[in-house]
Design a protein around this ligand. Structure first.
Ligand code: NAD
Length: 299
């Protein structure tokens, strides 16, 4: 996607962290932004901050886990700006702990926001993006935790692995429509995500994880040395312009990724696939055709 000036972006989780960074960086390119967030106060402050910087910005209080609310947000954004060209499904929460301690409220909240938030964004906006026919791009925020796991990261990783798979696949499906898709996989970012527990809705109160103030402070220290959200957004900008599949702002995880793929390749049976049993050539042909279609759209 080229020529960002005058285009419109819908950014979930826009009141803070990476979402606000995206609004600043894309806003500085002349993109008009609709911020969506569950927290009214920080949302108002973010909109005011952007406007003070000369960026056209509006805010909507929306829970991304609420399908109907996301559909209403799409209608409201089109009513306010006419068209939407950039969809940033970015809102997310995190909490950590052994998976065997998770309760239903933990699973439902984590997947509701981090996975269904993305699904709802795609479902709500896609008919409009396809209908107006102008260049469009979707960026879904996953995480390095969408490729790598660690102890106590199970629920978060389950949600982010799903976002990676969804995004990579959506990219192939949307290429024929001229809509680019990228997946953003940051490492540590200096944001407010360690405070997510403070906004846990009552319907998800059933939890096996009770995050203390001390634990929040510890996570704050971990994130304090993370990347600035604006720097993350600056890595997203060229990726959107060039329709890149993957966005990795951090360089820290090369060895971990290499180790992961080495372990996977080592686990593959070391023999030719049985042609009678698999449809591997059909699969390869379909993937090659889809990848060529994505490349064609870039020309
Ligand atoms: N901070 C990190 O180290 C890091 C690393 C990798 C990925 N991420 C991902 O980046 C994304 C942005 O997080 P961040 O680090 O900027 O955190 P953040 O807490 O600073 O910003 C997230 C925003 O999302 C909003 N939000 C939370 N639940 C919501 C909901 N149901 N509906 C609408 N808005 C909601 C919050 O109010 C907040 O303003 C998340 O998807 C997160 O998982 C963060």
């Amino acid at each position: 996607m080229q020529d960002l000036a005058g285009k419109v972006a819908f950014i979930t989780g826009g009141a803070s962290g990476i979402g606000l960074g995206l609004a600043k960086v894309f806003g500085a390119q002349g993109v008009k932004v609709m911020l969506a967030d569950v927290r009214q106060g920080p949302l108002d402050a973010a909109v005011a901050q952007l406007r003070a910087a000369g960026i056209t910005a509006e805010g909507l209080v929306v829970d991304v886990a609420d399908r109907a609310a996301m559909k209403a947000a799409a209608v409201a954004t089109v009513a306010a700006f006419g068209k939407v060209h950039l969809l940033f499904n970015n809102a997310g929460i995190s909490f950590f702990g052994p998976m065997d301690q998770a309760k239903e409220g933990d699973w439902d909240w984590m997947l509701g926001v981090n996975l269904y938030g993305v699904v709802n964004g795609v479902q709500a906006f896609l008919p409009h993006l396809k209908a107006h026919g102008e260049p469009c791009h979707i960026v879904n925020t996953a995480s390095m935790a969408g490729l790598l796991v660690g102890p106590g990261m199970g629920l978060y990783s389950a949600s982010k692995f799903a976002v990676v798979g969804l995004s990579n696949s959506l990219r192939l499906d949307l290429a024929p429509h001229g809509i680019g898709v990228s997946v953003l996989c940051p490492g540590f970012v200096r944001s407010n995500i360690h405070e997510a527990g403070k906004i846990r809705p009552a319907q998800y109160a059933d939890t096996g994880y009770h995050v203390s103030e001390a634990e929040m402070a510890r996570l704050d220290q971990v994130l304090a040395v993370g990347m600035d959200p604006v720097e993350v957004a600056e890595a997203v900008l060229p990726a959107v312009l060039e329709n890149r599949e993957w966005i990795f702002p951090h360089a820290e995880f090369q060895q971990e990724l290499r180790d992961l793929f080495d372990r996977m390749l080592a686990a593959l049976p070391n023999r030719e696939p049985d042609p009678g049993r698999t449809r591997i050539e059909d699969f390869r042909r379909a993937r090659r055709a889809a990848a060529a279609e994505v490349a064609d759209r870039l020309r």
